[in-house]
Design a protein. Sequence first.
Length: 481
Amino acid sequence: MRAVSPMKRVLAHLAAVAVLAGGMAFVQGCARTPDVVPGEQSLLRHERHEKPITVWFDATANWERLSTREGVARIMDHCVQAGVDVVIVDVKPISGHVLYDSAIAPRLTEWRGVEREDPDFDLLAVAIEEGHARDLKVFVAVNVFSEGHIGSEEAGVPRGGTFFKYPERQAWASVDYVVPEGETEPAFVPSTEGVRGHAMFTSAAHPEAVAYALNIVREVMAYPVDGICLDRARWSGGTADFSDAARDAFEAFLGHEVENWPEDIYRWERVDDGEEDEFIPDEGERAARIAAQFEQVEGPLYDRWLVWRAGVIQDFILRARGVVYDANPNAIFANYTGGWYPSYYQEGLNWASPDYDPSEDYDWAPADYQDTAFAHLLDHLYHGWYYTHVTEEDAVAAGAPWWASMEGSGRLMERIIGDAVPVHGGLFLFQYQGNPELFRACMRAAYDNSDGLMLFDLIYLEDYDWWDEIPRTFPERMLSP
């Protein structure tokens, strides 16, 4: 396993003043107690485990199976028998509702027509009790900047969320500047109208949305969790955000008004059909529902916009880190991101090491994009390696980039992150449906090419009956009879 970067580099960064977000200096994160070094708390449940294996529990996908103490206990037993070390329990899905006892967020009591027998069932409290009873590490996860679900008739999921329970929160909505499907002119489209993915994003530049998100973190950290993993602590995509709050913050960052808003950032131009499709990992989450015959053309402030957006997220990570360590200096602070760095700037976050200069490798990166890195502010980074190729050669042969593979992701990680933070390669199990051999090969390769393995999600281990595939892949981790 790679070494963790020295504590002094983290503290030096926290002491620095960086003017990036809205013209405001970053909020200083809370330092840990002197005897605790970030990232060095062991996640391993047994000495046989060279690296940790983590399973993610999605809040709504596992609604029924995690609706009782007996159901939670059964899943924790499966985790132990499979050699799992860590479980990450999602308690704030993208709808904005929560599955714990909150003073500020509404409780989710029904999903897809299924109501919980006990509407006050506290999943987080029960998961901690049952997990700790089995020596499992229990992390909590929250969807940071999402307060609504776009819905799906096919899946039986209605459009809704806290954006609609509390209409005044729609002022927090992120706004995309796009040419919507079926239209011929660009428009400003709030996330509540569902232009991208599944989640309705709030603006990471809206002060009330940010304060609320930090209060959610503060609430869940009042529980005796071993750590927290932030999810969707980012912008929705490469066409956001053009809300009033974002414009105000961006202009404060620039120190002047934007003369031509939003064309000085980018404009839309009509193009001929027939262009080669872009490789988009996790397309269901990332692809925007926009007119295909238009493309973005960068304006004179585009690179400043990229730096500003990434700086806003870096600032939030730092502030959330402070909230976490104030609550529990021994807690592990983690983040979950996509692993495709060459295009992840579109989501507006820079999970690189501060020692890495992306402008050396990518034309889209201005020289000061390096200043927005935040890998060193984390204890662990969970990476989405949402690919079905083991080797770089396999990926290239299939028409994908070399990094769209387990081995390629490991090499990309080494260059961009180095030893700044331990990285866990995360698999999206749905991609291996009907092919357990490929699943085992990718599990092995992700484990071998990173600092640990993360499996997303519990629902597929259950639905595909794949619990036994974990010890079958890692027999060296299993206890002797």
